[in-house]
Write a protein that binds this ligand. Sequence first.
Ligand code: FES
Length: 101
Amino acid sequence: MFKRIQPIDQAIEIHFEDRLIRAQPGDSVAAALLAEGVKAFRQIERSNELRGPYCMIGNCFECLVEIDGRPNLQACQYRVRNGMKIRMQRGLRGGGSGDQS
Ligand code: FES
């Protein structure tokens, strides 16, 4: 369970799946989602296993999501933007040759 060290003082709103989430400008997408209790960011196609962020520094690729219609983006490497629409990544998309996990 993740918890913010300080409360949000300038909230913006992002969307994850059908859920509205408040975030602090400057948050990474991964940090904003984790702070709101989201654990599953992607689903492995073959096994349906749910995965979430692990390293938070861009190395593990466990945090892949779809942001504003663009798949295969690392949630830990993108900053939140007001109105951003984030969806869970299901398998690999857009030229992937299959789920490598
Ligand atoms: S959490 Fe490891 S790449 Fe994003």
